[in-house]
Design a protein around this ligand. Structure first.
Ligand code: ADP
Ligand code: MG
Length: 244
């Protein structure tokens, strides 16, 4: 069924001890939709992303991916293979070349033939603009290049969904653009994306929907232009004033 929501969060709650981090979050994501998740530090953005691919379990409510509940145990690794995750810190394997970083999971997890995986990896490196870096090690690359390798590595699994958790927050300013450009192209190619970012220019230009989260709740959501021009809640307006 191609028309059902790819991701559904239904009334999810999550606490760490006494700290209530997600307090009744509902969100439906359709295929091809690009959602930016914004909000103050500590508001639960990373936890929400981690719940989507089962890196965190919810206390109550339900997470569904492609119609199936995301629950611990059997099936979780198969589900994760369909979801790419790009972090603030690039988390590349330092002792492997760029090419090896990208081919590892397709070969080990999906059982793809090594030469096929290499061909795909070269195509992905071309796509993220660093075809010439295939045989380098992560330490030889700039932060922006490493993050583009991380994106290529996630794409090598042919995911249905890409999660980005502040992918440009660890980068020097001059490298932010090159990573956002890759993400914008990916969005235009139809990838479903959930992006936690403070880059409001990117949100304005690329996303279909901006979700503003504060205190573990979605306070406001809508088209980005509407959010920036006309945020309804006090908390969202304060956030917009501070960030723009
Ligand atoms: P954000 O990404 O919006 O900055 P997070 O989802 O990382 O927020 O964190 C929300 C709250 O949950 C914070 O108070 C944080 O300290 C807490 N938290 C996140 N992960 C854990 C964890 N594994 N154990 C305990 N507390 C956590
Ligand atoms: Mg975070």
């Amino acid at each position: 069924m191609r028309d059902r929501n790819l991701v559904e969060l239904v009334g999810i709650h999550k606490a760490f001890g006494d700290n209530v981090v997600l307090d009744g979050v509902d969100l439906s994501v359709t295929r091809g939709e690009v959602i930016v998740i914004a909000g103050p530090s500590g508001s639960g953005k990373s936890t929400m992303l981690r719940c989507v691919n089962g890196l965190e379990t919810v206390d109550s409510g339900e997470v569904r991916f492609d119609g199936r509940p995301v629950t611990p145990g059997k099936g979780l690794s198969a589900l994760r293979a369909q979801i790419g995750f790009v972090f603030q810190q690039f988390h590349l394997f330092p002792h492997m070349t760029v090419l090896q970083n990208i081919t590892l999971a397709p070969v080990k997890v999906k059982g793809i033939a090594a030469d096929t995986a290499r061909t795909t990896a070269h195509q992905l490196l071309e796509r993220v603009g660093i075809a010439e870096k295939a045989e380098q090690f992560p330490a030889d690359l700039s932060g922006g290049q490493q993050q583009r390798v991380a994106i290529a590595r996630a794409l090598a699994m042919d995911p249905q969904l890409m999660l980005f958790d502040e992918p440009t927050s660890a980068l020097d300013p001059e490298m932010i653009r090159e990573v956002l450009d890759v993400m914008r192209d990916l969005a235009r190619d139809g990838m479903t994306m959930l992006v936690v970012t403070h880059e409001m220019g990117f949100a304005r230009e690329v996303c279909d929907r901006l979700v503003f989260i504060d205190g573990g709740q979605i306070v406001e959501e809508g088209p980005p232009a509407e959010f920036f021009a006309n945020a309804q809640s006090e908390r969202a307006r304060e956030f917009v004033d501070k960030i723009i």
